[in-house]
Ligand binder design. Structure first.
Ligand code: NI
Length: 260
């Protein structure tokens, strides 16, 4: 069913996705098998609260090449999930990061203090357990940067959407920058300039699937196999081949998440 989109023989490491989404329920087994046969060598599926974090761990147990991240997303602050519950889940051997965590002033802006408190608590857990964090920053660039400068966690800013100037600050902090399908959109604006200046060793690719499918699949159900389109665009911007971008970003992902 997916083989035409998926045909690829280079390593794809999807550093950020949400495969617990129910849209994958009827197709997950088949999709994972086909993706794995077509170069997808690693997937980090992220939780947003306790339930989705548990689901991420279950998938990581079921599939060798799937890893879990656990966390409280800024949009799930009111889910009832506590940082202590995340701390417990994070001890699982296939949990490779705390995420998706961060700040979101686009969807919810009336609880900034609470968002910051939960973000900082989870950064502390990541540092205690020596795990990287997966950072969500939407319309909260200033506060996000301030917190990252203060605590200096290791991690990745996922689906980066900020300026070149902010990217320079993140790079100085040694943080990775995750580039998703948005780079293939016509309205990507300043993102191509950012993609041009990310150092080789800090560049990552991701889908954020089921969302943000790259062109020519924009608006459709996204999956990790579609990263090859994102890699084609990044390659064009950086003057490399898609194979070089996929090989480089898979290597970087394995270093960040400490997996073989
Ligand atoms: Ni996400």
């Amino acid at each position: 069913m997916y083989s035409e989109d998926l045909k690829n023989s280079y390593p794809i490491f999807d550093t950020h996705c949400h495969y617990e989404d129910e849209r994958f329920d009827p197709i997950r087994d088949e999709l994972f098998r086909e993706m794995h046969q077509n170069g997808v060598c690693g997937i980090v599926t992220c939780g947003c609260d306790q339930n989705s974090s548990k689901a991420a761990i279950k998938m990581a147990e079921d599939y060798d090449f799937v890893y879990a991240a656990v966390g409280i997303h800024p949009g799930s602050i009111d889910s009832g999930t506590t940082p202590e519950q995340i701390r417990e889940l994070a001890q699982h051997p296939k949990c490779v990061a705390i995420g998706e965590i961060g700040l979101d002033y686009y969807w919810v802006s009336d609880n900034k203090e609470k968002q910051i408190e939960i973000f900082e608590k989870q950064i502390a857990i990541a540092k205690e357990l020596d795990l990287p964090i997966i950072i969500h920053d939407r319309d909260a660039h200033g506060d996000t940067l301030e917190i990252l400068k203060k605590h200096k966690p290791k991690g990745v800013v996922h689906c980066y959407s900020g300026s070149v100037e902010m990217a320079e600050e993140l790079i100085k902090l040694g943080l990775y920058i995750g580039v998703g399908g948005v780079i293939t959109f016509k309205n990507a604006k300043k993102l191509p300039d950012v993609v041009k200046m990310i150092p080789d060793e800090l560049l990552l690719v991701e889908t954020d699937c089921p969302y943000l499918a790259p062109e020519p699949y924009r608006g459709k159900l996204c999956h990790s196999g579609l990263i090859k389109y994102t890699a084609e665009k990044i390659a064009e911007i950086r003057g490399k081949t898609p194979e070089q971008i996929l090989t480089l970003t898979a290597k970087n992902a394995k270093i960040l998440y400490n997996v073989k």
